[in-house]
Design a protein around this ligand. Sequence first.
Ligand code: PMP
Length: 329
Amino acid sequence: MDYVEHIADLVGNTPLVRLNSLAKGETPVLAKVEYLNPGGSVKDRIALRMVEAAEASGELRPGGTIVEPTSGNTGVGLAMIAQRKGYRCVFVCPDKVSEDKRNVLAAYGAEVVVCPTAVPPDHPDSYYSVSDRLVTEIEGAWKPDQYTNPANPESHYLSTGPEIWAQTDGRITHFVAGIGTGGTISGTGRYLKEVSGGRVRIIGADPEGSVYSGGKGRPYLVEGVGEDFWPETYDREICDEIIAISDADSFGVTRDLARKEALLVGGSCGTAVAAALKVAETAGPDAVIVVLLPDGGRGYLTKVFNDSWMASYGFLSPDHAGGSVGDVL
Ligand code: PMP
C-alpha cells in the first residue's frame, strides 16, 4: 500500500512548471509551485523545521501552545504540524488579512486574535505587541517568531534549495523570489550560491515602498512580501539585485497567471513573476530562471480576483480581465 502516516509528511518536493504564455522567449522561466504543499503554501516548510528545532531545544514541550503573529500561511503550516503533535495554536494577525484566511486558521482549530493594521509595530495593539504579551500570559507558550528564527531560512537551505538544484540538473542561472521575512530567498539563495560556486544570481522581488528596494515602508496592498523594518531572517548580502514592482503590476500578473497559465495563485506570486519576466528580457537563451510562487489564489478571491476591489484602487484593466459569472437565468 502507498500512503503516508500524516498529511504533514507531504511537505516539500513541489514541482517546477514552465511558464509558456507569460514568458514566450527561449529562456525557460520555471515556477516552483508552493501551493501544492499540503497546507497550501511555502510556509509549511518553515513551520515543520521551526517546530522540530524547538522540540529539540526544549523550548516547546508536550501540551504546549504555539503563539505566532502571522498573516495566514505560516499559521496554516503551524496548525497542521500542531495538529499532528498535539499542540494548541493562538495566532495574531492584522485586520488587513482577509477574513477568508482567518477562517481557514479557525477551521484547523486555531484561536485567532485580530489587531489593527494601522498602528506602528511598537504600539501596544500592534499584532507584534499583542503576540509578545500572549506569550508571557499563556503557560507553556512558545513563539516561533518567523522573523528571527534561524530555522526559517535553514528550512529553505535544507529543502527548497536542494530541490531546485536537483530539478534543474544544476542548470539554474537565476533564482527570483519575493522577500517577506527573507527566509525563502536567504536560505534558498545561500544553498544555490554555495552549490554553484557563486554562479546562480539571486534576485529579490519587492513591492514599491518596502525597505528592501529602498522604500521607507510606504503602504502597499500585496500581502506577504515587503517590510517596513529589516528582519534578522533576511541576509542583506544574499541578493545580487532587487526589483521593485508596483501593486498594479503585481495584481495584473497574478490575474494573468490564473487566466493564461491556469495557475491560481496569490498576489505575491504576481510580484515575483513580474520580476522574473524582467530578468528574462536580458538573461539570454542559456539562462534558466526559477521563480518561487509562495501560495494559492483561493485566499484572495475577494481581493485581486474581484473586479470591484481591483477597480476601487484603479487596477482593473481590460488586459487582465478574467471570465465572467452571469446572473441566474
Ligand atoms: N508570499 C506570501 C503570500 C507570504 O505569506 C510570504 C511570507 N511572509 C512570502 C511571500 C515571503 O516569504 P519569506 O517570508 O520567506 O520571505
